[in-house]
Design a protein around this ligand. Structure first.
Ligand code: ZN
Length: 417
């Protein structure tokens, strides 16, 4: 087990004893999200990289020695992580990059990268005997929590979900199928977030809300571990990540940061965040050189529901991830996000939801702006499965051609004789 030495504020750098704070920095408030830090010298001395790589466990828990959970502690049975890192030469050629890979986290059990965070949070709830875990979510984090929770059993961990009523049907169906208590809030994600947090404080529930729970990143960081391991402990030049709350890009940064402290990699790749134009407060803050605590709250309006966040909860860590790595932010308007769904699928075989396919269009803009370069090796982080939001995909490609069941009609439809 990796013993947590301290929780450190990503904003003011103040350190706290691991059990003295549950969520965010008491001095900075909600914007001061915390890093979970370890005794890296001890880990360097005791964790053998090759031994770890030889593990027969291909889930994210193969990295348990680098995660904040006791060795004997129970982890949820639903298999999360160990997703493919696939070389995609056609994507590289199409964009004019030296090499490209897709890390396909849409293949996680509930269809998104969020499974990693939810597995970590449920493991912590089990370890600490907390009977109720709750989250506000645009959909994916909620589905992940409901699914991982179901694998453990509602008699041990009950799941309470707050999602905007406008969330895609597929995601809402997942929640109900898994048996979570589901509240469809008739307002935005940002409003649902605050309601959930308030109720968690009041009821003593464990709050999984993205950003404010420092342990979500400790699950999400495993995707960076898998990228580095999959490349033979080399790292790419850049990683493309879609960004809403900023917690995934924070997780990718933390994973590479941990590996750098261990001496297992030589540098952290440039992290390039892609935001929807209608929900791009982080891109604007980066362009204007704003500090996280000075960012104004904004209205978010984009069809890319998973990255629709007017108040990015992990804004401090997201800005740090991009600034510390020499990366950047780009934005993509909704029509181009829709067009990216089939474009990305036809170049890679990966059917991505809108807020994931956006990274394809984001890469084009990053190349045009010099944030990506033609000689770069780039990993595209696919965060969510396209089957979660079929309606948006249909807005892009239509609903298909109906044909009468006879050969003449079929020949006519195919344009053959
Ligand atoms: Zn602070």
């Amino acid at each position: 087990m990796a013993a947590v030495t301290e929780l450190r504020c990503s904003l003011c750098d103040r350190a706290y004893a691991p059990d003295s704070v549950e969520y965010t920095c008491p001095d900075c408030g909600m914007v001061g999200t915390l890093d979970v830090l370890y005794d890296y010298a001890a880990l360097r001395a005791h964790v053998d990289r090759d031994l770890l790589s030889a593990s027969a466990d291909h889930s994210m828990w193969r990295f348990q020695t680098l995660m904040p959970l006791g060795e004997a502690s129970e982890v949820p049975p639903l298999r999360v992580g160990g997703t493919p890192l696939m070389a995609t030469p056609r994507l590289a050629a199409n964009l004019g990059l030296r090499a490209a890979w897709v890390k396909d986290d849409g293949l996680n059990p509930t269809g998104s990268l969020k499974d990693r965070a939810s597995s970590m949070v449920i493991a912590r709830a089990l370890e600490r005997h907390i009977p109720v875990v709750s989250t506000a979510s645009t959909g994916n984090a909620a589905a992940a929590l409901a699914g991982v929770g179901a694998s453990v059993g509602a008699d041990r961990v009950k799941i309470v979900i707050f999602v905007p009523a406008s969330a895609p049907e597929g995601k809402i169906a997942q929640l109900i199928v898994y048996g979570a208590t589901v509240l469809l809030i008739e307002d935005s994600y940002d409003v649902a977030f605050d309601l959930c947090y308030t109720l968690c404080q009041e009821q003593g529930w464990y709050c999984r809300n993205t950003g404010i729970n420092p342990y979500t990143v400790e699950g999400k960081k495993t995707v960076a571990f898998e990228i580095a391991e999959g490349m033979g402990w080399r790292v790419p030049d850049a990683v493309m990540v879609s960004v809403g709350d900023g917690n995934i890009i924070a997780g990718v940064y933390k994973g590479f940061y941990d590996l750098l402290q261990l001496g297992w990699i030589e540098r952290i790749p440039r992290l390039i965040g892609v935001q929807a134009e209608g929900s791009s407060p982080l891109a604007r803050a980066w362009q204007q050189g704003l500090r996280a605590q000075d960012m104004p709250a904004e209205e978010a309006d984009t069809l890319a529901d998973s990255i629709s966040a007017g108040v990015p909860r992990d804004r401090a860590k997201a800005l740090r991830a991009v600034r510390n790595t020499g990366g950047g932010f780009v934005t993509v308007p909704d029509p181009d996000i829709l067009a990216a769904i089939p474009a990305f699928a036809r170049l890679t075989g990966v059917f991505a939801e809108p807020s994931c396919a956006i990274i394809y269009e984001g890469a084009k803009r990053a190349l045009a702006q010099g944030i990506l370069r033609a000689d770069d090796e780039v990993v595209f982080l696919a965060t969510g499965n396209g089957l979660k939001d079929v309606k948006r995909a249909q807005m892009s490609v239509g609903t298909g051609q109906r044909v009468p069941p006879d050969l003449a009609s079929i020949r006519r439809a195919l344009g053959i004789s």
